[in-house]
Ligand binder design. Sequence first.
Ligand code: Y12
Ligand code: CO
Length: 173
Amino acid sequence: MNLSIVEYPDKRLREISQEVSSFDADLHRLLDAMYPLMIETNGIGLAAIQVAHPIRALILNIPNEEGEQPDENLLEIINPVITHKEGETVYQEGCLSVPKFYEDVSRYERLILNYQDRDGNTQTLEADGLLSIAIQHEMDHLEGILFIDKLSYSRRKKFEKEYKRMQKERKKV
Ligand code: Y12
Ligand code: CO
């Protein structure tokens, strides 16, 4: 399966992703193709909508203390629902769909998540730190929300100007 990352301002990123009901070979093929793409592009999280598949599926592999992302740490999260959230944390986020841009975003510090795995089994996960932040960032994608939507008005204006300039430069190359 040949996938590529959909980049802002592509409108497809604004779609609401649909619940997954078939945990079949098509879903497995998509997840299997998303993972190498995420690793090759230095990502730690990727939602299916970022590769033009508007379904409620996302993958995460949070680097360990050595900065490595061993395959066994891959999390495949389908139909996630946050059942508990608490605290506040601020982290400088980036997104594969908004290349070369990083900005502080406020998120819940800790959460409890219910989700399904690739076989449709229900799972529960308690998360804090970077994992909690990444889950919230990726779950926003399922609602068509990007981290840049959370910036202040003036910061967002500055971003739009910088991003447009950067896109012009990229087109020249
Ligand atoms: C904390 C904050 C945000 C997340 C969501 C997942 N975000 C990413 O995985 C971001 C990846 C990323 C990778 C980049 O590197 C390359 O594209 C080679 C990057 O740099 C450039 O665009 C040049 C930007 C973002 C999880 C946890
Ligand atoms: Co993102």
